[in-house]
Design a protein around this ligand. Structure first.
Ligand code: NAD
Ligand code: UD1
Length: 342
């Protein structure tokens, strides 16, 4: 029995593969390296002592994917991370985002069905709630208006997978709505490696700490929050990775669709993050206050009670752990995986 992990060399996928390998499960990764590097496989092996089976295949390539399933008849489930995820880029290249994220998912599900594999855990996002009607957000709260093609693909893929279950109740679909994944594995060997100027807060902060950028731009201090800066639910990527083990365990015992918020339930502002990072690392993070970033909201954090009651999962790491581990990864790999050795 083995698990297909699409996008398994990416940020969240690589951390999840490590957790599964350490639990003794067999993994087959499919990735086309459009946003990751082969050296991640070496790093996974260094951490776990095991090298996952790997196929460099684009999920939109039906023949390539068919070969993966044909050569691995023991596949019993799939964790589907592969997708393009940059919100800003998705507004500039909507067709690329729609093509990649939809076609890959459709091709994957068709191939799975053909091979009788009907269990899937999907990487959704809190972005499906749009501007939430209230915080903390529950899974049953209304889905919001998406403001970009990336968010649209998450909402529509959730519906596609739900329709698959309606048509064939033998499927088991787990939709995990991630809040803000940050941090890195404690080894410092794997972490987040954004291309170019980071869009997200944590990678920007770690690059300021490393001296790669002079200061952080804080996007707005007039939000309706305790200090005026945006509040989010940051979750350590290893906690998030472990949620996939619990979600798959559950999907192995039930059929149908289930949705889970995967967050800590605690919201921190941008300035809280800056302070926590400085305290955890002893490094100064200079910042300037800039105007709001279009599309940003005041506050977004989860009610993670359902994940605890049904999956038996809850976050174990706090903001200090996230800052310490993100900083260790960045210090050990100042240029991310660029030019990195095994
Ligand atoms: P990532 O870019 O690091 O990993 C995605 C991986 O998928 C990459 O290795 C990329 O090469 C691969 N990929 C993309 N399209 C592919 C294709 N057509 N065929 C084969 N491989 C392909 O991103 P991540 O941060 O690890 O995110 C994983 C998933 O979680 C994504 O679906 C993302 O939308 C979702 N998500 C991420 C966040 C976040 O903040 N990181 C938040 C919510 C949801
Ligand atoms: C972003 C995406 C969201 C995605 C999520 C997952 C946008 C508009 N939204 O959400 O769709 O699901 O990532 O990771 O990109 N900030 C700064 N300075 C920076 C960067 C960010 O002040 O350089 C602030 C933002 O205004 C926000 C907070 O930090 O208040 C977190 O931002 P970010 O890390 O980009 O995450 P989200 O905006 O929550």
């Amino acid at each position: 029995m083995s698990i297909l992990v699409t996008g398994g060399t990416g940020f969240i996928g690589s951390h999840t593969v490590v957790e599964f390998l350490e639990r003794g499960e067999d993994i087959v990764i499919v990735d086309n390296f459009c946003n990751s590097k082969p050296v991640v496989l070496d790093r996974i092996e260094r951490i776990t002592g095991r090298r996952p089976k790997f196929y460099e295949v684009d999920l939109c390539d039906a023949e390539g994917l068919e070969r993966v399933f044909a050569e691995n008849p023991e596949l019993e489930s799939c964790i589907h991370f592969a997708g393009l995820k940059a919100v800003g880029e998705s507004t500039q290249k909507p067709l690329l985002y729609y093509r990649n994220n939809f076609l890959s998912t459709l091709t994957l599900c068709e191939t799975m069905a053909r091979h009788g594999v009907k269990r899937i855990v999907f990487s959704s996002s809190a972005t499906v709630y749009g501007d939430p009607e209230r915080v903390p957000i529950r899974e049953t709260d209304r889905l919001g208006q998406t403001t970009n093609p990336y968010g649209e693909t998450k909402q529509v893929i959730e519906r596609i997978l739900s329709d698959v279950v309606k048509a064939d109740p033998a499927w088991s679909v787990s939709l995990l709505r991630y809040f803000n994944p940050v941090g890195a594995h404690k080894s410092g060997l794997i972490g987040e490696d954004p291309k170019g100027i980071p869009n997200n807060l944590f990678p920007y902060v770690t690059q300021v700490a490393e001296g790669r950028r002079p200061f952080l731009h804080v996007y707005g201090n007039d939000y309706n929050t305790h200090d005026g800066t945006g509040v989010r639910d940051y979750i350590h990527v290893v906690d998030l990775a472990r949620a996939h083990l619990k979600a798959l365990d559950r999907a192995r015992t039930v059929t149908g669709v289930e949705v889970f918020n995967i967050g800590t339930g605690v919201g921190y502002s941008v300035l809280d993050v800056v302070k926590a990072f400085e305290t955890a690392t002893g490094k100064k993070i200079p910042y300037v206050i800039d105007p709001r970033r279009p599309g940003d909201i005041d506050a977004c954090y989860a009610d993670p009670a359902k994940a605890l009651s049904i999956l038996g999962w809850q976050a174990e790491y706090d903001l200090t752990d996230m800052c310490r581990d993100a900083n260790r990864w960045q210090s050990m790999n100042p240029n991310g995986y660029d030019g990195a050795d095994a």
